[in-house]
Design a protein around this ligand. Sequence first.
Ligand code: PGA
Length: 320
Amino acid sequence: MKSRLHAHVGTIRQLEILLAVHDKGSINEAAKALFLTQPTVSIQMKKLTDAIGAPLYNYANRQLVFTDIGLELVKTAVEVLDSFARLDMSLGNIKDFKSGTLRLAVVTTSKYFIPHLLGPFCEQYPNIDIQLKIGNREQTIERLKKGVDDFYVFSHPPVDMDTESIEILRNPLVAIAHEDHPIAKVKNLTLKDLSAEPFLMREKGSGTRYAIEEFLKQHNAKLNVKMTIESNEAIKHSVMSKLGISILSAHTLTYGGQSGLARLPVKELPINSHWFFVWSKSKRPTLLAAKFLAHIETNGRALLQQEMIKTGISYNQTNK
Ligand code: PGA
């Protein structure tokens, strides 16, 4: 069974008084050092003795001599107060953003732009830790339900949860094929033209798949799903290997190369979704999380806009 002794020791302040009595070797001197009256110190020592249930010190020749039990308690008091001193320092560091952890859980497709937000923030606060979890939409929703992270990034945030969010960036989903595929030579495609082609689809639980399925429902259209693949990169490489065509976020194409790939000019595309930063309303934000949110709100869009312009994804207008 766990010890409950600490529950009997009145306060940390009593341990502090005990240490002063031990250091000074006298109740009187301890009282002076602590700017307390002598009876106050005596009463606190009596309370502590009662809590421990044995004398902490005796008097020999009018000298205060600590018992073995008293000395054990002094040792513990030093450790406890040292721990508080360390806590004080850590809290100070957290308040000054010299330490602390920012926890993000983001859907796989957003990993392409998240580092561009984190980079400048970490430059400003170089001693903080970042924990970045990457999963598909379903896995990220599970983390949001458990409330483990400070922020979540989705293009389709769950609607049935008590969250707040800010929109941060466009996320156009575009159709791709191998550049030698006959379909890549056609100028004006429609969704119907894609339906016969072997289609490479993300796995169940993926936000990309969710967006595609919602889009197909709206257009009363169907695709010929031939393979289910759990990663954007693997889909890209499969398209490059002529295994089929696909629809992916334009963000996935701009990083890691797109040689051998052609974007298809499909009339109904792109699927126009957006990235959102999401957080749970019931979770009190840490100081670091609040700082990061301010960073996203003040600098985030501009930073991403610059980055998107560099990589060729238009930020504001429809991206065809
Ligand atoms: P995914 O998420 O990585 O689960 O496909 C992308 C998205 O939400 O758009």
